[in-house]
Design a binder for this molecule. Structure first.
Ligand code: ZN
Ligand code: ZN
Length: 334
């Protein structure tokens, strides 16, 4: 029997509705979980996504793409199949996609996390029979604390650096983490917050949806130096680039789930690591399985073989690897 959703060479396919979810090859109709570049690629005939995802798609893929916008929970009928988008808690606009046909329910998580970051619409469990889940941090060693505890660590470190007379550079994903950090810095008005162009562009696009964040774009021209005590947000790729020379004396930190591993910080050549992730850790992945009541688990990008084995052997649920072309984007650029 054909499954309601299966992977082919273009993406996660629903044959009955003839649509794809987060395809990696161009297709006629694409349902997009969120705007990160491994999930939302160019060349599709039509894009269906949440309202908050749309301006980022336009920023990245051009204003000439065709987009149909949906709200969370709004049902869309396509050839008898019902699709709906539900908060994934990953970044602004991120969604899990629920697919229902004749009483059978599938959920594609996209990227997601259960911890509230204070900005993204918090994750809502969606009850289903079949759950397709990511597994970026699907090993027990990954155990993330609340983002709010990490925001405090970041602020404290910034104060420390100010007292030492050095600037603070935070490297984080330009779409997602940058905004959730900036959202916590609204009260910090005494010292300037400066933004790399990649972050400023995303903020500019989100303004169309009524989201406004502190921080000034640090333009490439004229070449000026960051004032003392400043906080600068940039994507990880900025490290080692000429742009960094304008930071004067600075300390640099990387914000990523990977910072949990000893050695990762040293390998990346940064002074400090903040364990801040927009993905589920091991406990959250397991909790999601409990909350959805799913009976069949399909594991995509991340530690798929380890997590599949865990679900099968330790949880006694049928689980299999679903091979997709999504990547770990935690350390990448927009
Ligand atoms: Zn993502
Ligand atoms: Zn992903």
């Amino acid at each position: 029997m054909k499954r309601l959703l299966q992977v082919n060479d273009r993406g996660i396919y629903c044959e009955r509705a003839d649509v794809y979810i987060d395809p990696w090859q161009p297709v006629q109709r694409a349902l997009i979980t969120h705007a990160h570049s491994d999930h939302a690629r160019r060349g599709n005939g039509q894009y269906l996504c949440h309202h908050d995802t749309a301006p980022i798609l336009t920023l990245r893929l051009g204003t000439d793409i065709r987009i149909q916008r949906v709200s969370y929970g709004e049902p869309i009928q396509i050839n008898g199949v019902t699709f709906s988008f539900h908060p994934a808690g990953h970044i602004l606009g991120s969604a899990q996609i629920r697919v229902a046909y004749k009483g059978e329910i599938w959920v594609v998580t996209g990227d997601y996390k259960l911890l509230n970051d204070g900005l993204s619409q918090p994750y809502e469990p969606v009850v289903c029979h079949h759950l397709i889940t990511e597994s970026t941090f699907g090993l027990p060693v990954y155990a993330f604390k609340s983002p709010f505890a990490v925001y405090k660590e970041i602020k404290d470190w910034w104060r420390e650096n100010q007292q030492a007379g050095v600037n603070t550079v935070l490297l984080c994903y330009a779409l997602g983490k940058a905004q959730s950090i900036l959202n916590q810095l609204r009260e910090e008005t005494d010292v300037p917050i400066l933004l790399h162009g990649a972050v400023a562009n995303v903020n500019g696009a989100l303004a169309a949806r009524g989201y406004h964040f502190p921080g000034q774009w640090m333009e490439t021209e004229p070449v000026t130096k960051a004032p003392k005590g400043a906080l600068i947000l940039a994507p990880p790729s900025a490290l080692g680039s000429p742009w960094m020379r304008r930071m004067g004396n600075y300390r640099v930190a990387l914000c990523s789930g990977w910072m949990q591993l000893r050695g990762a910080r040293r390998r990346r050549g940064v002074d400090k690591g903040f364990v801040l992730s927009d993905h589920c850790d091991f406990r959250q992945l397991n909790e999601a399985i409990d909350l959805t009541g799913a009976e069949h688990i399909y594991v995509t990008h991340g530690y798929e073989s380890q997590f599949t084995r865990w679900v099968r052997e330790e949880r006694g649920l049928p689980a299999e690897i679903m091979n997709t072309l999504y990547e770990d984007m935690e350390l990448e650029e927009l």
